[in-house]
Design a protein around this ligand. Structure first.
Ligand SMILES: [Zn+2]
Length: 386
């Protein structure tokens, strides 16, 4: 029996309209394929008041180390206007060598390649890896992401699961398959700068204290001094103000308070705690004894992480070079993904299809990219378990 191709698996997944929080049968496709190949498959549902229950899947074959996991999500963002698609958003149609559908690159296509590569690897190796292979698949990544990867990892840890390395099949490539591996992401921390003044009549400013010139001075101070100069794997951290508000409808009243929102994307020179301390120290210096200001930090679950270039990234890079002839860029730019949660448990990189059409009308991938990504994952398995 020959293993199913990535294309046929991807089509089965794309035909399930699994817009978060719906599963619409997507995890069942994986459950059948992995179960038939001898994986121990678990379907786990997580709940949280105020959010929809979400279906997740964990499947493992093998009991020994090393343990390589493929992670991803089967949920997709909404299709938008279906009539705007040249092929139905959930049709899984192929035309001119392209596979169409919501999730084709983000990221049902990537999952299909990982499953196809794994089934082929197992078929060629007597049905068992020299170690363990698992799949960590959530249905809750694209929306609020509370009943997904975070809880699935906790659930697995409580069962005694230990992961050595993980590949998240998000569409990491920018232009062409093989151009980029994401080896980390910056952390994200938001806050509100609050400056207290004293409300008063504009005609009697000596009886008031206007927070507007003060917050302007503090914004300049915090904005202008770099947080760092970047690191080996990261660009410099950046503090960006996104709004300034006094909520004052009057032209004859000095407001009592001014607020400014900001977000910081920070690199591995900082943790959330040291970053907050640094910003607060700079704020205190800029305030002196005169300005009354403070920062309200917003909750953040986006810590910085990086998998430093080494044996594991070499395995992935050499598999990529073998198939595509390209040496991938090891990159840490862009927004956050579930990899930030996985990084707390094991080394993780992101490598999948090309991201150009993700979240767009006519999301699509060349079938040749599915073939290349499958061959790359196959090469990773070969090297990892040699
Ligand atoms: Zn995604």
């Amino acid at each position: 029996m020959t293993s199913p191709t990535a294309l046929s698996i991807a089509q089965d997944l794309l035909r399930c309209p699994s817009v978060t929080p719906a599963d619409a049968g997507a995890l069942g496709v994986l459950e059948r394929l992995l179960g038939d190949a001898g994986f121990d498959v678990h379907r786990v549902t997580f709940s949280e008041p105020g959010t929809a229950d979400i279906d997740n899947l964990y499947a493992r074959i093998g009991t020994s180390a090393p343990h390589l996991s493929f992670a991803g999500h089967t949920d997709v963002v909404p299709a938008g206007e279906d009539s705007a698609w040249s092929h139905g958003a959930f049709s899984g149609d192929v035309a001119d060598g392209l596979l169409y559908g919501r999730g084709a690159v983000d990221m049902k296509g990537g999952i299909a390649c990982a499953v196809a590569a794994t089934l082929d690897y197992l078929a060629a190796n007597g049905g068992k890896p020299k170690g363990s292979i698992s799949f960590l698949i959530t249905g809750d990544e694209e929306d609020v992401a509370v009943n997904g990867t975070v809880k699935l990892l906790q659930w697995a840890a409580e069962r005694g699961e230990r992961f050595d390395h993980c590949i998240v099949g998000e569409p990491s490539n920018v232009e062409t398959i093989g151009d980029t591996i994401k080896i980390g992401r910056r952390g994200s921390q938001s806050g509100v700068l609050i400056v207290d003044g004293t409300q008063g009549h504009v005609a009697y400013p000596h009886r008031a204290s206007n927070p507007i010139p003060d917050i302007a001075a503090l914004i300049t101070a915090l904005n202008d001094e770099p947080l760092d100069q970047g690191s080996a794997q990261f660009q410099p951290s950046n503090l960006e103000f996104t709004s300034v508000d006094v909520g004052n409808p009057a032209t004859n009243v000095i407001p009592a308070q001014a607020r400014a929102k900001f977000n910081i994307r920070f690199n591995d020179h900082h943790t959330q705690d040291t970053l907050k301390a640094l910003v607060e120290e700079r704020l205190a210096a800029a305030c002196g004894n005169r300005i009354r200001a403070r920062i309200e930090w917003l909750p953040s679950n986006a810590d910085v992480f990086v998998t430093k270039p080494g044996a594991f990234t070499d395995v992935v890079s050499s598999a990529i070079a073998d198939v595509t002839g390209r040496i991938p860029d090891l990159n840490t730019g862009g927004g956050t993904s579930d990899a930030r949660f996985i990084a707390k448990y094991c080394r993780v990189v992101e490598f999948g299809l090309v991201g150009q059409t993700m979240h767009q009308i006519d999301e699509r991938t060349p079938i040749s990219d599915l073939d290349k990504l499958t061959a790359i994952y196959r090469g990773v398995l070969e090297r990892y378990f040699k």
